[in-house]
Write a protein that binds this ligand. Structure first.
Ligand SMILES: Cc1ncc(COP(=O)(O)O)c(C=O)c1O
Length: 428
């Protein structure tokens, strides 16, 4: 006989809300404040010149590249900008197809559309990430790149995808916006493909409010990325614009990082392993305590999990819907009207069929990529629900919970207790 649920008049597991999700922000203290003050005192907020340049952004790039394990890192103003820069560096444009997962963030697909290329949806596997077998089925002579997204800090079958790409001479871009500090069998997210992007927006593992990074091991791609992020041309070591390399004469989108952002991001980078470590150990403790009771999203290497989100998959949709309702009644809800736990049906612009401009094939200007003559052979593709049947099925019976970076042992115990209590009632 299961315990009476709070939803049905029983006592709730807890009454105090859980901390909100803002992973990196919870770890901010005098170090970030000091960094900002230092930059302000220098009166030099621009990264390339000024009264007393502190080189915060350039130091961040070196430290970030060393942390990820790539040769180059290029700081930019956001993850969205980083995606545009990476695709620009790769020369993605009209006539190209880019494979993307159906579970993403709207910025991922937006970068492809703004490049003038056609996004091609690939279904997921039990990791909720791109299924390499479906990716193989979606490759055509027009495919240029595979854009994988390590959603919620979890890396899927990336090695199979990289191998597939190598066989077909395609480039792999990793969208690590949600996976900064995650790894798989000791290899960091961001060092597995040809290029990778990161975001330092408010809701990311490390944050400077806004900000992003592009990383690569390829010097030519770095040069081109640099050109796109700045004025359309690369710069020499001495900071002079280089005008005589025709392969890097592009158009710049002016998404440089400011020294203020760089200074904060440097401090956050030093805290990143602690932030991710806290989320990962809380998540893995919850999963271990409930193993055999509930089914969670597949994580190939839990020791490298970014840890920020816990996804619980139910046999039926009805059970998953009731689980959210019952969990909230048990007091498992984030502070200040928190969004989590949430049924994945409500996960908005993370899901392909919720992006109206994708389903309706809209471009930025009057001409959309689907109308371009170069894309004639790709334009019939559909983005309506049903395009990724495995993902559609999983989303319809999955509950998402954020794992805050500052959960106490008591918070974790309460989450385990509430999950177990509700599971016993729902799955009996
Ligand atoms: C998977 C993914 N890609 C790209 C982005 C875009 O990053 P930003 O918000 O910094 O532009 C985000 C963040 O919101 C994201 O979650």
């Amino acid at each position: 006989m299961s315990e009476k649920l709070a939803l049905e008049g029983g006592g709730p597991v807890r009454t105090k809300p859980l901390p909100q999700e803002w992973c990196g922000a919870h770890f901010m203290d005098h170090e970030e404040i000091d960094a900002v003050v230092r930059v302000c005192k220098s009166k030099t907020l621009f990264r390339y010149y000024g009264l007393d340049l502190q080189d915060e952004v350039s130091k961040l790039e070196h430290e970030f590249a060393a942390y990820i394990g790539t040769k180059y890192a290029l700081a930019v103003s956001s993850g969205t900008a980083a995606l545009q820069v990476a695709l620009g560096a790769l020369g993605v444009g009209p006539g190209d197809e880019v494979l993307i997962p159906g579970y993403f963030w709207v910025a991922t697909v937006g970068a492809v559309v703004r490049s003038g290329a056609i996004p091609i949806l690939v279904d997921c596997d039990d990791s909720f990430n791109m299924d390499p077998d479906d990716a193989a089925r979606k490759i055509t002579p027009r495919t240029k790149a595979i854009l994988v997204v390590h959603m919620g800090g979890v890396i899927g079958r990336i090695n199979d995808i990289v191998e597939l790409a190598r066989r077909h001479d395609l480039r792999v871009v990793e969208d690590c916006a949600q996976a900064c500090g995650a790894s798989q069998h000791g290899v960091k997210a961001g060092s597995l493909g040809d290029m990778a992007i990161f975001s330092f927006q408010m809701n990311k593992h490390m944050t400077s409010g806004e900000g992003g990074m592009v990383v690569t091991n390829d010097p030519h791609l770095y040069q081109r990325a640099f050109a796109v992020h700045d004025l359309g041309y690369p710069r020499s070591e001495a900071g002079r614009l280089i005008f005589d390399d025709p392969t890097s004469q592009l158009w710049g989108i002016g998404c440089r990082m400011s020294e203020l952002t760089g200074a904060v991001a440097r401090v956050q980078l030093r805290k990143l392993d602690r932030i991710v470590g806290a989320m990962r150990s809380a998540k893995n403790r919850i999963k271990q305590a409930l193993s055999g009771v509930l089914t969670f999203r597949e994580v190939l290497d839990p020791a490298g999990d970014g840890g920020s989100f816990l996804m619980t998959v139910f046999p039926t949709r009805a059970q998953s819907v009731k689980f959210v309702e019952a969990l909230r009644a048990e007091g498992i809800v984030a502070d200040k009207g928190g969004f989590y736990p949430v049924h994945m049906d409500q996960w908005g612009l993370h899901i392909y069929y919720n992006v109206a401009s994708l389903v309706n094939k809209r471009g930025v200007s009057a001409v959309s990529p689907w109308d371009l003559a170069e894309n004639r052979d790709s334009a019939n593709v559909s983005y309506a629900k049903g395009a990724c049947p495995r993902l559609d099925d999983l989303l319809g019976r999955t509950v998402l919970m954020c794992v805050a970076s500052v959960l106490t042992d008591q918070d974790v115990d309460d989450i385990i207790k509430a999950y177990g209590k509700v599971a016993a009632a729902i799955l009996e």
